[in-house]
Design a protein around this ligand. Structure first.
Ligand SMILES: *Cc1c(COP(=O)(O)O)cnc(C)c1O
Length: 384
């Protein structure tokens, strides 16, 4: 039921150029389709992007975080502090390595973990912290690493959404402790599925490599040993070729996303949504890579639910998403004792957030169309 004659506008869509498509065809014809030369090049280019730090590719951003935790020595008995406003993968990997996730509420303005609350959540059992840069907006990185240094904590940055973002001019990934990126299809740079781990030294990189493939080390023509319990997390060369094709465009992608975000703010200014009290993201056009554009609905001033709001957008040919429900209220986490009221800012945002379309193939007219639809729904369903 699309009321408009315009094509459906999804909330995200990857931009893959013809050169990359041809490159994938070449890889398929090359005789080497799984982890090989394309991965080597992908890792080399990622390392160059991250200021020469060692980088290893993986088949998902979830695998990268799990291996990052293992390399940092996180395991049973350890606590890891993170945000409840993230993709559930962030805390699932903490459970996966046998550690205990500890949440600190978000700052409602940035929607990222509140570093004051993070510091308060530190106990003698805290081993590591996992900040998340929601929508590609970094936390205060100077403060984050000052806290980590003072309390002797490892940092595994969940920078899944932050490829292309910076902190005071320095690329996320080019500094810090262990940094984890995702190249899932919805991320700013994609390898369809995939991820990369930025490490501190060659020793950590070697360990990452072992965890990635069964803990195996090969020597000479026929030597093989297994000295650690690894898994199966390697990236195919087909996927790495897609990633390589994307890396060429990262600066343009980020610029375009920033332009579209600016266009959103301009179009929303003074409109019905703004007047009703819809909340907008922080206007950061220097560090954020604008992975998403998320509004928060004033549900107490609307006579429809969030689901109905999203359905209204869909009727107007516009896709939307929810990133994310506060994850401590999921059944798995409730079973561990988490409840409503523990992280009120994350809960409020989790119940009211809507992700609007933002991707590089969009035009400014698309932005205008989305804003017009949001304003119209607010006008028709606002109750004050
Ligand atoms: C996408 C994402 C992940 C997981 O990445 P996958 O590649 O899907 O495993 C983790 N954390 C955040 C914040 C993400 O957005």
């Amino acid at each position: 039921m699309n009321q408009t004659s315009l094509p459906f506008l999804p909330f995200v869509r990857a931009e893959i150029d013809e050169e990359t498509i041809q490159g994938v065809v070449d890889v398929l014809r090359s005789g080497w389709i799984t982890t090989g030369p394309q991965n080597q090049q992908f890792e080399a280019e990622l390392s160059a992007y991250c200021g020469g730090r060692p980088v290893r590719s993986f088949n998902s951003g979830t695998a990268t975080m799990e291996i990052g935790l293992r390399i940092a020595g996180v395991g049973a008995g350890d606590e890891v502090i993170t945000t409840p406003m993230t993709w559930v993968s962030t805390s699932n990997v903490i459970l996966e390595v046998g550690a205990t996730p500890v949440f600190a509420d978000i700052d409602p303005a940035t929607r990222n973990i509140d570093l004051d609350l993070l510091e308060k959540a530190i106990t003698p059992r805290t081993k590591a912290i996992m900040p998340v840069y929601l929508s590609g907006l970094p936390v205060d990185m100077d403060r984050l690493y000052a806290i980590a240094r003072e309390h002797k904590l490892r940092v595994i940055e969940d920078a899944a959404q932050a490829f292309g973002a910076t902190w005071r001019g320095k690329r996320i990934g080019s500094f810090g402790d262990i940094v984890s990126f995702s190249f899932h299809a919805n991320k700013n740079v994609t390898s369809i599925e995939g991820g990369a781990l930025v490490l501190n030294n060659e020793e950590e990189a070697l360990t990452a490599q072992k965890y990635r493939l069964q803990g195996i080390t090969r020597t000479g023509f026929d030597g093989m040993d297994c000295d650690l319990l690894g898994g199966k997390y390697n990236l195919t060369d087909v996927a790495a070729r897609v990633g390589l094709g994307q890396l060429k465009h990262v600066e343009r992608f980020t610029d375009k996303r920033r332009q579209l975000a600016r266009a959103y703010f301009e179009a929303f200014a003074g409109g019905a949504a703004a007047e009703l009290g819809v909340q907008f993201p922080v206007q950061n056009f220097t560090d954020s890579n604008w992975h998403m554009f998320q509004i928060a609905l004033p549900l107490d001033r609307l006579n429809l639910t969030r689901a109905e709001f999203m359905a209204q957008l869909k009727e107007r040919g516009i896709g939307s998403g929810v990133h994310y429900p506060a994850l401590h209220l999921f059944t798995l986490y409730r079973a561990r004792g988490f409840r409503e009221g523990m992280f009120p800012h994350a809960e409020k945002l989790g119940a009211s957030t809507v992700t609007l379309p933002l991707f590089t193939l969009m035009s400014h007219d698309d932005v205008t169309r989305v804003v017009r639809a949001v304003d119209e729904i607010c006008e028709q369903h606002g109750t004050h």
